[in-house]
Write a protein that binds this ligand. Sequence first.
Ligand code: ATP
Ligand code: PRP
Length: 229
Amino acid sequence: MSQGKEMSQGLVLALSKGRIFDQTLPLLREAGIQVAEDPEVSRKLILATNRPDLRIIIVRASDVPTYVQYGAADFGVAGKDVLQEHGNTGLYQPIDLHIAKCRLSVAVRKDFDYANAIRQGARLRVASKYVQVAREHFAKKGVHVDMIKLYGSMELAPLVGLADVIVDLVDTGNTLRANGLVEVEQIQDITSRLIVNQASMKLKHRQLQPVLHAFKDASSAHNCQDEAL
Ligand code: ATP
Ligand code: PRP
């Protein structure tokens, strides 16, 4: 039997390495699920757990919704930032896990007078990985923008004249400070959600339901208001 076929019979959870994996691990533990290996050490992309019917696949953070949408994973954990850019096709988002908390903000160089540029109706060059949300934000404000899509290190763009403004994630503010930037608008708060493939929710309901409930119980310590499972 091929590995793909084998995987389709159990449950597959998609996670990204780093903060999502690290912050999902305690929730998994509370749900009685132990992961056999540390992906940073083993470099493996398919990880076994103590449950023979549950495996974890390791993918890029922005690829998690794609794996879940197409059913290559039954469920996954992804940030609201990533989900908004991806769109909602084929996905349920039943649980806010209240992990990987940060905010999506507008930031500029300390010496850039953002308020004045807006007042004057200036056309702004905006660099971001989050082009959909950024475009919507500035459209609502009636600000004309040229969007420049980047995949990382957004903070560099205003420093080298690539953009006037960035739209990026901020947590402690350390990265902005270290690069002489200031936050001028907060667009929205960001947390990570559990997402579920719509077909899996129906066809693997009996297998999925206890795991989803365990996740919900584990995350309820974070005071969430979830939709009915
Ligand atoms: P990709 O690999 O697709 O480029 P990434 O490098 O942004 O993704 P991570 O840095 O692991 O992946 O971020 C995963 C998620 O964690 C983000 O989508 C966001 O929701 C959240 N996040 C990002 N930065 C922070 C931060 N500084 N503090 C808290 N949460 C964050
Ligand atoms: C994220 C984000 C910011 C930084 C903000 O980057 O893109 O650069 O965190 O966090 P802070 O306000 O606490 O400094 P991350 O550290 O994940 O690096 P990467 O996404 O560029 O890999």
